[in-house]
Design a protein. Structure first.
Length: 277
């Protein structure tokens, strides 16, 4: 356990240095800082993967079921997506904005208990259906984070253009149309994962392995439905009505705030949802 603690602390330190490097690049257009930050991010991914592997071996289950594990897996998914974005998409600041959110939520895990589930809850929660439910939802949250990062970049660039702030930084943001399209594609990819995850959660709850009683007015249920509704409204406006641009990226950011509220707050008042996804 001591080795995994060292890996966890080292991961937090290197992740913070990576985000700081991207921040320096954002302020000063410093390509060297960007390269160093990317290398640190690659090391963070390796350490996160090792940590998840060690925890799986130690607990003899997939490390996804506790709030601490959920946030750590979310951070791992964000770093994975960041590395893919860096290789396949040329939007220089996107990795920075993605990992500001990813690091922030991983930092929250510092304040969560790292212990395992009680035997009673472990027997209830360790089913294949529930594991798929949690995995799909966390991956969908990672996709929505990419959309949120693109939306934030769109609003910043929009203000820069409005104020006629020209320069290298503006060029590195990419075009507004590209950021709008990336936000849409990320949301469109994440939404089916969230929908399937919620459906599987209900199926699990009423199956022989689940708790078999899910109050419809439970805060977690209402929060999950609100997230589906908000993002469903965004996709409807974008695909059916053809709306795009400033108002739609603002809508996307609002939907992400609803998602964060559901992720971080509603489990505190949920009568059945002890894990935080």
């Amino acid at each position: 356990m001591a080795a995994s603690n060292v890996i966890y602390v080292l991961t937090i330190i290197l992740y913070s240095l990576s985000v700081f490097g991207y921040f320096i690049d954002f302020l000063q257009n410093n390509r060297r800082a960007n390269r160093i930050a990317f290398r640190l991010l690659a090391i963070v991914w390796v350490l996160q993967t090792i940590f998840l592997f060690f925890r799986a071996i130690q607990l003899e289950r997939l490390p996804l079921l506790t709030p601490f594990e959920g946030l750590f897996f979310y951070a791992w998914a964000m770093v994975t997506l960041s590395l893919l974005v860096n290789f396949y998409f040329r939007v220089d600041f996107l990795v920075f904005f993605m990992n500001v959110v990813g690091f922030s939520l991983m930092a929250v895990s510092l304040f969560l208990p790292t212990g395992d589930l009680s035997l009673a809850w472990e027997n209830i929660l360790t089913s294949e259906l529930l594991i798929v439910h949690i995995t799909l939802i966390i991956l969908s949250y990672a996709g929505f984070t990419v959309a949120f990062a693109c939306s934030v970049m769109y609003l910043i660039e929009h203000q820069m253009l409005k104020k006629k702030v020209w320069g290298t930084r503006l060029l590195r943001f990419g075009s507004l149309s590209k950021l709008d399209r990336y936000a849409f594609v990320a949301t469109m990819s994440a939404y089916p994962l969230l929908l399937l995850g919620v459906i599987l959660g209900f199926i699990w709850a009423y199956s022989g392995d689940g708790i078999q009683t899910v109050p419809l007015f439970d805060p977690k249920v209402l929060g999950s439905l609100a997230v589906l509704l908000f993002y469903g409204g965004y996709l409807y406006q974008r695909t059916v009505k053809g709306k795009q641009g400033y108002n739609m990226v603002f809508y996307n950011m609002l939907a992400f705030l609803v998602l964060l509220a559901n992720y971080l707050l509603t489990s505190e008042w949920s009568s059945f949802h002890i894990w935080n996804v």
